[in-house]
Design a protein around this ligand. Structure first.
Ligand code: BDR
Ligand code: CA
Length: 315
């Protein structure tokens, strides 16, 4: 029997983080040790509140602790919330009911250190936002780099960025944190725009999903209907067609099933000094690297992923 994978999710919930959370909660191949939160699409209080509400909506089969983390990059001021893509509250303006669950009384970075120590060699950290909490956790205990694996949504190798011409939002949002993580020695799988930019959830997928919900899933259906509709309008406004890029869900899917992607090993450098290039993920294509720090996803079987996403959410 296939083994269940233990993961810890770090999110800046956000529309696609919410889609990733729902998917991870529904997966019977994953056991979520906890969710930590970070600033990014919204401020960290909002990200934490959104995470708790999405958690209640998805009704996971077991209790999942939520720990609040950083509200700003390590050394830079925090940028504005990304309202055009994620709505004023990060959930496309949808008001999910309040929940009784509170965040745990432990900082995200301490929570990460403790979980990695407890579950040494058997935990995958899945980061779908800025890497700030992990950089802080590594500063507190650098040895966790030898005890955990990291799968992160972020970066862009052969494709343009989505925040500057060359930088992706999660890396650009805290380049110093990303630099520390990439230099820490933790085994990294990078799920960046090279693959997430192809993972387009379109109208046909939307109808397939909507038609698959049962009456008991009415609340989840209403939420997903709203956020996909909002996302389609937002991407059309940006002249990017009628679709939702499934950045964060793809990172979770790669943990479940790495055969969805093809990876290449590189040494990824993080630019921290540039004006336009801050947060760029740079590799040297000319020379095969004598050492590498990341397996970078370069190709994805997007339709297989999207179908798997739909099946898992409806399960
Ligand atoms: C990433 O940035 C955030 O806006 C999304 O949630 C995703 O994690 C895409 O660049
Ligand atoms: Ca995110």
């Amino acid at each position: 029997m296939e083994q269940v994978k233990h993961i810890l999710l770090d999110v800046d919930t956000g529309v696609d983080d919410a889609l990733a959370l729902i998917y991870a909660f529904k997966s019977n191949k994953l056991y979520i040790e906890g969710v930590t939160t970070v600033f990014g699409n919204v401020d960290v209080k909002q990200a934490t509140d959104n995470t708790l509400r999405v958690l209640a909506l998805a009704q996971p089969r077991y209790e999942i602790p939520v720990a609040m983390g950083a509200d700003a990059p390590l050394f830079r001021p925090r940028r504005e919330n990304v309202t055009a893509i994620h709505g004023a509250n990060g959930l496309a303006g949808y008001e999910l009911p309040e929940t009784s669950q509170l965040p745990v009384d432990e900082r995200a970075s301490d929570f990460i250190v403790r979980k990695v120590r407890e579950q040494a060699h058997d935990i995958t950290l899945v980061f779908t936002g800025r890497l700030t909490n992990l950089a802080v956790a590594l500063a507190k205990d650098p040895s966790i780099a030898q005890k955990a694996k990291l799968v992160l949504m972020g970066g862009a190798i052969k494709v343009p960025g989505n925040t500057t011409p060359v930088s992706e939002a999660n890396i650009h949002g805290d380049p110093e944190a990303a630099h520390r993580v990439f230099e820490s020695g933790i085994p990294i799988t990078m799920v960046g725009l090279d693959v997430t930019g192809k993972a387009k959830f379109g109208e046909a997928h939307f109808h397939e999903l909507m038609n698959g919900f049962t009456d008991e899933q009415a609340e989840l259906k209403a939420f997903m209907q709203h956020i996909f509709t909002f996302s389609f309008e937002a991407s059309e406004r940006l002249n990017e067609g009628k679709n939702r890029l499934m950045h964060d869900p793809l990172a979770v899917a790669v943990v479940e099933d790495a055969s969805l992607v093809e990876m290449e090993d590189y040494y990824v450098y993080i630019e921290t000094k540039g004006q336009l290039s801050s947060g760029a993920t740079l590799v040297d294509f000319r020379r095969p690297p004598s050492r590498t720090n990341a397996s970078v996803c370069m190709h994805v079987r997007e339709e297989a992923f999207l179908q798997h996403y739909i099946r898992t959410v409806l399960s």
